[in-house]
Design a protein around this ligand. Sequence first.
Ligand SMILES: Nc1nc2c(c(=O)[nH]1)N(C=O)[C@@H](CNc1ccc(C(=O)N[C@@H](CCC(=O)O)C(=O)O)cc1)CN2
Ligand SMILES: Nc1ncnc2c1ncn2[C@@H]1O[C@H](COP(=O)(O)OP(=O)(O)OP(=O)(O)O)[C@@H](O)[C@H]1O
Length: 184
Amino acid sequence: MKKTELRRSLLKKRQSMSVAQWKQKSDRICQNLIQSSIFARSKTILAYFSFRQEPDLSFLFTDTSRCWGFPRCIDNRLIWHYWMPDDPVKTGNYGIIEPSPNASTINPVEVDLILVPCVACDYQGYRLGYGGGYYDRLLSSAEWENKPTIGIVFEFAYIFQLPVDPWDKPLQGICTETEMKMFL
Ligand SMILES: Nc1nc2c(c(=O)[nH]1)N(C=O)[C@@H](CNc1ccc(C(=O)N[C@@H](CCC(=O)O)C(=O)O)cc1)CN2
Ligand SMILES: Nc1ncnc2c1ncn2[C@@H]1O[C@H](COP(=O)(O)OP(=O)(O)OP(=O)(O)O)[C@@H](O)[C@H]1O
């Protein structure tokens, strides 16, 4: 199947989950992350605000002993800002929640870990997103390419093999509601 068809069918499957199932699976993903050694040693973590029933990581953000960063889509790039619960948010492009443009931006050298939202991931760590290429472009730039990345995905969308384009770079690990796996 091509990326477009796969994306459509997996998004449909994700949207068909009940809210109770979505919450339960999201909680399990948060617990699997919390128990991992890579998470334990990460102080500054880039994450995302759940959209279209993506795994909801908001429980993690209540841990204010860490610094959390969230993206704003500007042109075809992602700009990262510090954010903590109770800070203001805005609805940005695509209807996704974003930090305020006034929030401090993050210097890439500070970042220890990137939690990457995925429509699907495969057993080699390749990722399918919404098709905007935002994370592909981010992770191909010099200041980000060596950062540890963990794809966040529900188990039903963790599949054997995705179609791979020349610009796709594998993630270092994936986390689902049933497993946390580092590839390297
Ligand atoms: N929660 C969350 N925030 C995120 C991302 C994400 O995957 N999840 N992104 C990750 O990159 C960026 C937003 N990327 C997006 C890219 C495309 C569409 C979108 O709705 N696209 C249209 C048409 C796309 C096309 O041309 O094929 C659509 O799907 O209808 C949404 C978000 C930044 N913030
Ligand atoms: N490093 C890059 N530099 C410039 N353009 C890129 C780069 N990587 C990907 N793109 C462009 O981004 C587009 C989206 O690619 P793809 O369908 O693989 O997105 P995706 O990984 O599903 O989306 P996203 O990263 O937004 O979640 C492609 O048209 C591709 O040409």
